[in-house]
Design a protein around this ligand. Structure first.
Ligand code: NDP
Length: 408
């Protein structure tokens, strides 16, 4: 048990960390510190670095975008760019997005019907209370728009507040509004157990579609992609992996833009299970001999708020994306998810997913086992010729190259 860690000076924190982990103080003291991020979280140690790359060929609603992606997974950016290239050759993605966030007042009540009626009767006043708690959101054309009761059981009720949060994700805005409403309910003698945003943002959906003709994708492959997407609709085991591929793309841009990827993840998966069975978020079908893809996913991403404003890299990435609004950002992110899905399905139903991954896997293995990055050009083709691409063969090649260097 460690008590009061957050109250210690940095030096005292490092000494305690060294004592409990055995990692030397000198090693810990060498870790770089960023003055801003040091203030951003509690018990800051250092920055954890993840590579950022650029996916290309994205055309969304007629506009071309390059897309910064933050990911540790080697094949993600290549796959996104490949999927986007196919769609670009077919005219690009069409996308639209809307933004209403939901907050909940959750209560146990034996008078659920009466409370529901009271909410309906006092809607206008309750919306005024919510908007008065954060008036600037209404001033910029958004704010609390709807409040409605939603019975959960005979004795449990959710009163849902829908808020247009404009360019923000709106978690803090909505929670502030909900807490003001909680006080209002309690003045009426209605006890509220919880006042909190819901991450199942089913009123902040982004829909992305694309249509790919036979001239761009072979009809047999297109049919296989459509068949593969059907498995994700009927089998949750397949759906989870199908959606993981989509989130490979979505999360990487959500991270690059300083957005809250846990919120996006929880919303996406809850939405995927909205009818009681977990299903693929995208579907592919053959219509008029063309492959049509559609992705529908909640994407309440923001261009302001949270830590976006203090994250210089997120600011630069938003500039690189050349988007005008949070909704447009969501549309590009949705397109990345669908492109990623297309590339993954195409690989799985043709040469298999490992084929494209092999070169990248070889690189990662060699680096992991200590090969200097400058030697990769020589080492990767050698590892690819081995019977298996695994640690033992990577180590063997590194050893052979070391010996050769010593001999020369
Ligand atoms: P902030 O609290 O930072 O609020 C964003 C603020 O930006 C707005 O309240 C508004 O303040 C200001 N703003 C300036 N320009 C605009 C504009 N054009 N449109 C909208 N707002 C604008 O962030 P959020 O409320 O968006 O909350 C997101 C943060 O909350 C994230 O860090 C997230 O991780 C965290 N969070 C998430 C939860 C969850 O997902 N369950 C729960 C709790 C927190 P003003 O009107 O005063 O100018």
């Amino acid at each position: 048990m460690i008590e009061g860690y957050h109250r210690l000076s940095r030096q005292a924190q490092l000494e305690l960390l060294s004592e409990v982990t055995g990692v030397g103080v000198a090693t810990l003291a060498k870790l770089p510190i960023d003055a801003v991020r040091q203030q951003q979280i509690e018990n800051y140690l250092t920055d954890f670095r993840v590579p950022e790359g650029i996916a290309v060929n994205f055309k969304v609603n007629g506009r071309e975008h390059v897309v910064p992606m933050v990911t540790e997974e080697p094949s993600v950016i290549a796959a996104a760019s490949n999927g986007a290239k196919l769609v670009c050759q077919a005219g690009g993605f069409q996308a639209h997005s809307k933004r209403l966030m939901r907050g909940q007042l959750l209560m146990n009540t034996k008078t659920s019907i009466e409370v529901s009626q009271w909410v309906v009767d006092h809607q206008k006043h309750l919306l005024e209370v919510a908007n008065a708690a954060h008036p600037s959101m209404q001033k910029r054309g958004g704010g609390a728009l709807k409040i409605m009761p939603r019975p959960l059981s005979a004795t449990q009720l959710s009163v849902d507040l829908l808020v247009d949060t404009k360019e923000a994700m709106g978690a803090n805005t909505i929670n502030t509004m909900l807490e003001a409403l909680k006080t209002e309910f309690e003045m009426e003698g209605i006890a509220v157990e919880m006042a909190i945003l819901s991450n199942l943002a089913d009123q902040a959906l982004t829909t992305v579609t694309c249509t790919i003709p036979e001239t761009v994708i072979d009809s047999a492959v297109a049919q296989k992609i459509a068949d593969a997407s059907e498995f994700a609709q009927i089998d949750p085991y397949r759906a989870a992996t199908h959606n993981k591929g989509i989130m490979n793309g979505i999360d990487a841009v959500v991270m690059a833009t300083g957005n809250d990827w846990r919120a996006i993840e929880s919303g996406a998966h809850a939405f995927a299970a909205r009818d009681g069975q977990y299903r693929g978020l995208s579907t592919w079908q053959i219509v008029d001999q063309q492959l049509q893809g559609q992705l529908v996913v909640p994407l309440p991403v923001a261009t302001v708020g949270g830590s976006i404003g203090i994250n210089e890299q997120a600011q630069l990435n938003l500039e690189l994306l050349q988007i005008d609004s949070a909704n447009q950002l969501a549309e590009v992110i949705g397109a990345v998810g669908l492109a990623q899905n297309l590339a993954a399905l195409k690989a799985i139903v043709t040469e298999g997913i490992q084929h494209g991954h092999m070169r990248l896997q070889a690189k990662s293995l060699l680096l992991e086992h200590g090969l200097p990055a400058t030697k990769l050009n020589e080492a990767v083709p050698r590892l690819l010729k081995e019977p298996r691409i695994d640690s033992a063969h990577a180590q063997k090649i590194i050893e052979q190259m070391r010996k050769k260097d010593l001999d020369e």
